[in-house]
Design a protein around this ligand. Structure first.
Ligand code: SF4
Length: 215
């Protein structure tokens, strides 16, 4: 196996160090790049082939990677939904928070990228646990109403009524005091981004229009 094909648990992008915890996701978004880009992300192979890393493996990988170059944030975001691995996510985020308290590395933020279905996935309210360890959350809403969301995000049947749950998750994250809550919408999908922005602001969150990646 050469370096190109070794699956990346940790990878770099911009000023961030990213953690790829899983390839599993209850959605099959029409705009998801993991299939379009054949599980590659800018030269990183994010295909874990079912070998999801444990907490210890992620912590060791971070200890190897973080000293290599400056970074401003550590982000839970791979080719899958990180809250599918809630226990690992919380353990690793708590470890990062501890390192930050010890000033082991220059200051950085801890962010989660999510589809907002974490409460449904875990059958419980996960927001208080998340709020205790992360600083920022980016939530993909991507639609102004439930029918559009179902059409674009294509959730598994169990979650087909999940749109309102995602909006509620956004509200909960704001109320829990997570410092930066950003709601995103991918452009050029047919969704009404202006209306998504209004929903984000009504929830007390910020809005981000994400580019449709079609290369
Ligand atoms: S929620 Fe994210 S990982 Fe899941 S299918 Fe959609 S774009 Fe892909």
């Amino acid at each position: 196996m050469d370096n190109q094909t070794v699956p990346s648990v940790i990878y770099r992008f911009g000023q961030g160090v990213y953690i790829n915890l899983t390839n599993r996701c209850p959605n099959l978004c029409t705009f998801c790049i993991k299939t379009k880009w054949n599980m590659d992300f800018h030269g990183n192979n994010l295909d874990l082939s079912g070998n999801e890393p444990g907490s210890g493996e992620v912590v060791l990988a971070l200890e190897k990677e973080l000293p290599k170059a400056p970074f401003k944030e550590v982000v839970f975001c791979g080719y899958g939904e990180p809250t599918m691995r809630l226990d690992v996510l919380l353990f690793v985020a708590q470890t990062l928070k501890g390192w930050r308290a010890q000033a082991k590395y220059p200051p950085f933020t801890i962010r989660l990228n999510t589809n907002g279905l974490g409460n449904l996935i875990n059958h419980k309210d996960i927001v208080p646990s998340l709020a205790s360890v992360i600083d920022a959350v980016s939530i993909s809403l991507n639609a102004q109403d439930a029918p559009t969301w179902r059409q674009l995000v294509r959730p598994i049947p169990e979650f087909e009524n999940g749109y309102e749950e995602v909006v509620e998750f956004i509200r909960q994250c704001v109320h829990a005091g997570i410092k930066r809550v950003v709601v995103s919408c991918v452009d050029r999908t047919g969704a009404d981004a202006k209306s998504v922005e209004k929903i984000a602001h009504a929830c007390g969150a910020q809005f981000y229009l994400r580019s449709f990646l079609d290369d």
